[in-house]
Each structure stands twice: as C-alpha cells, then as structure tokens.
Design a protein around this ligand. Structure first.
Ligand SMILES: Cc1cc2nc3c(=O)[nH]c(=O)nc-3n(C[C@H](O)[C@H](O)[C@H](O)COP(=O)(O)OP(=O)(O)OC[C@H]3O[C@@H](n4cnc5c(N)ncnc54)[C@H](O)[C@@H]3O)c2cc1C
Length: 416
C-alpha cells in the first residue's frame, strides 16, 4: 500500500480498517544468499539498498528483539554533516543528501526537520577551531555560518548570556542540520526492504557464525541454522560479542549513553543546540518534550541503562547553559549501548573471513549515518569493494596507524 494524503482521507472515511501491516512476518528459510545480523537502522538500510541499488533481494535481516528497539529508537535524533576530517566529511555529507530525499524515497514520514544546529563556543581558541570546521564544511559543499555573540542571541535569546564562568563567544550554525523521528526511520527502511522481498525475522538471535576453510557458510540462530553466502555483522553496541563468534577481537569498547526527555512544553527551542563547555545537546520534539543528552557513562557495559552521576552531570550542564530548563520536569531517561572505536570513527569493511563483512563503531553518531552506512555497506557486500565515501573506514587502520581521529582524543575510549 502506498501512503498518501488520499489514503489517510480514504481510510478515515472507512473507519481505518483498511491499513495493512507495514511488513510481513515470514518464517526464516534455511538458506539465503545474504544474511544481515541486526535489525537496527544500519542493518535495515543495508538490506534496503542491497535490494534497491544492487538487485539483491534474497536477503534476511535477523533481529534478536523487535525492530526499532535498539539504539535506532533510543537516540537524541540529531542529523548533521559538520565533520572536520577527510573520511568523515564526504561520508556524512553523502548521508545528509540521502536524508534530504528519504521521505520521498521510502514513501514514509520520518519527520526529518532541518531546523538548524548551533554549536556554541566559549573562548577564542574554540572560535578558531569552529571557524576551521566551518571552512572545511564549505569545502565539502555543506553549509556553515559563523555567528558572533549577538548572532547567537538573535537565534537563542533564552541562553544565559550573563554568566561569567562559560561566557558565550558565538556559535557555528549548520542550517541543514536538524532532527528526524528515530523509530520512524527504522520502520520506513523495514517497510521499504520488505516491499522488495527482504525477509525481516524478528526474535531471531544469532548465536554462532559458521566458517569453513576461511569462508562464511551461515549462522546459528535461536530459530535454527541458516546458510548464507554473505553475512553482514551490523549490531552496533553488540559488535564485539557477535564478531567474537567469528573468532575476531574488535578495536571496540561498549559504553552506555543516556538521554532524557521532559514533559511536553509549548514551542521554545527551535534549533538543535550544543554546549561547547560540556557535553550537552538539546532539541525540542514535535510533541513538545525537550530531548537532551550528554556524555558516556565512563565504564564499559552492556546494560542499556545509565547511572545517576551522569544524570547529575547532564542536568548541571543544561542549567549552566539555560537556567530556565530547571523549571521543566523530566519525564523519563534511558540508555543505549555505544560501540566506541579508538579514533571515534566507524568501520565499514571486509573481515579476514571471506564473505563476512562488518559495519560497526558508530560511537555517538550513528543515527545520522543510517542512510549512508546502509548505502556503503550494501555496495561493499554486493561488489566486494569499498564505496568511495567510506573507503577510509577500514578495520586495519588501528594496526596500520591510518586513523581518522575526528575527536582528537586518541586511544582513550572513555574520552570519546
Ligand atoms: C542515548 C543515545 C543518543 C544518541 N544520539 C544520537 C544522535 O543524536 N545522533 C546520532 O547520529 N546518533 C546518536 N546516537 C547513536 C545512534 O543511535 C547509534 O549509533 C545507531 O543507532 C547504531 O546503529 P543501529 O541503529 O543499527 O543500532 P541498533 O538499533 O542498536 O541495531 C543493532 C541491532 O542488532 C541487534 N542484535 C544485537 N546482537 C544480535 C544478535 N546476536 N542477533 C541478532 N540481532 C542482534 C540488536 O537487538 C539491535 O536491534 C545515540 C545513541 C544513544 C544511545
């Protein structure tokens, strides 16, 4: 069924009884050409573009839980292309372009809202760094506007401009940055993949990876063994665990990241705003809730829930930036599992096992990467070659030293 205004009108007249499920619930077959492990944003977009761009439809996506319940439905929904280093720049630029056509492409309302992202700076040194970043974004063909203090005040009059501890010097505005509804992105790609014949198998956990003579031959699952010629590991925070099934030890640590949402308020914050003196970023959802987050909980864990010291830290940063936020009541908070690489950049690459591919290491930023990650992973799995915009996301860069140290934090996982 194609979604349209006419369909909404028609279904409204007939009691909304004609809507069909967005995707099928097939039983897993014993044999597929390609298996994708993980039904998050990246796994689903990979399956979608395998079918759409490469005509490979004999594909199963194996998801141990429900589609949309992983990090793809837990993030703070920020979409941007404001990276500084070659490697990341061209990749995220490509992703943003895909975002801009995504709703038409998927025939699904993912509520992509380019409301503008403002990164604040609080010192001369930070201003220089953001000016360089803005220039790098221009060179890449993306948009950036350097704002002085008064420029920021015009956009964000509610910030605390009087405080002396973290004075606001200005901000870098990325007008095409914004947000999207996170779980709708998973549902849209799921529906799109399903319509092209991909089997989405929920409640099917992969428990082993079968390898013979250095070649992948299939996977073991809680619903029986499945043979496959190609297998993609696309499991975000669980990458280390699943790769271990193929005997690999990845340069990845899994950490918790928390997010928060307040009660619904009248429209108040019209951009995505990011604090330069602490890890704090905020936007307002279409329902009115203030959605915000901060830093990692600083220890490795697979628990998708956070702890109070980081809650306190995030609230303090919010209060320092916009004291009015103290009047809002927090409705709920949650956590997700981040797959952190030593250089803060991702991996889309072959593995030493023939036919086994890896898409991982998305750190804090994998939601905005969903379209391009799927596009490039599908290209890699279909052709055996890295896509040009993802060619630097190599697994062996941590051995060869060709890292993309976007965050400038080196090998300290807990600083990313
Ligand atoms: C609080 C928070 C805020 C964030 N904010 C942002 C943001 O504002 N902008 C941004 O760009 N990014 C953000 N991120 C990061 C982003 O959400 C992730 O990088 C991205 O969603 C990860 O990729 P995914 O969607 O494929 O992951 P997931 O949705 O986690 O998908 C992986 C799937 O693999 C499944 N799986 C795992 N093991 C197995 C197995 N053995 N067998 C079968 N299936 C398995 C899991 O159940 C899961 O559904 C945030 C993350 C969090 C937690």
């Amino acid at each position: 069924m194609r979604y349209s205004g006419w369909q909404v009108f028609r279904q409204g007249l007939t009691g909304n009884r004609g809507w069909q499920p967005a995707w099928r619930e097939p039983e897993p077959r014993r044999d597929y050409d390609t298996v994708i492990i993980g039904g998050g944003g990246h796994g689903l977009s990979t399956a979608y573009y395998l079918a759409k761009n490469h005509g490979i439809t004999d594909v199963a996506v194996l998801e141990r839980g429900l589609i949309g319940q992983g990090n793809v439905g837990r993030n703070t929904t920020i979409v941007r292309a404001n990276y500084f280093l070659p490697g990341n720049q061209e990749f995220y630029s490509h992703s943003l372009k895909l975002w801009e056509g995504l709703e038409a492409e998927l025939n699904y309302n993912v509520m992509h809202s380019q409301r503008g992202l403002i990164n604040l700076f609080h010192s001369d040194g930070q201003r220089d760094a953001f000016a360089r970043r803005g220039n790098a974004m221009h060179f890449q063909g993306d948009d950036a506007i350097l704002l002085d203090r008064e420029g920021v005040r015009r956009h964000l009059p509610y910030l605390d401009f009087e405080q002396t501890r973290f004075p606001i010097y200005g901000g870098l505005l990325h007008p095409r940055g914004g947000t999207a509804r996170h779980d709708a992105v998973a549902w849209g790609y799921a529906r799109g993949a399903d319509r092209q014949g991909v089997d989405l198998i929920q409640h099917c956990e992969v428990t082993g990876i079968d390898i013979r003579d250095g070649r992948v031959t299939g996977v073991q699952t809680t619903r029986g063994p499945i043979r496959a010629r190609r297998v993609g590991i696309v499991v975000a925070g669980r990458s280390g665990q699943v790769a271990a099934m193929a005997g690999m030890r990845l340069p990845i640590e899994s950490h918790i990241l928390q997010a928060f949402v307040t009660e619904g308020l009248k429209p108040l914050i019209h951009h995505v705003v990011s604090f330069g003196m602490g890890h704090f970023y905020i936007s307002q959802s279409d329902k009115g809730g203030l959605v915000f987050g901060g830093d990692l909980d600083f220890y490795a864990s697979y628990a998708a829930r956070g702890n109070l010291p980081m809650v306190e830290h995030v609230m303090e940063a919010g209060m320092a930036l916009m004291p009015m936020i103290g009047r809002a009541r927090v409705l709920r908070s949650w956590g997700g599992i981040m797959d952190m690489t030593p250089d803060g950049s991702p991996i889309i690459d072959r593995t030493p096992v023939e036919g086994l591919f890896l898409d991982a290491g998305w750190n804090y930023g994998g939601f905005k990467a969903v379209p391009a990650s799927g596009w490039c992973m599908a290209h890699l799995m279909a052709t055996g070659e890295s896509h040009p915009v993802a060619r630097r996301f190599r697994l062996d860069r941590f051995r060869t030293g060709h890292v993309i140290d976007e965050e400038g934090t080196g090998s300290q996982h807990n600083l990313h």
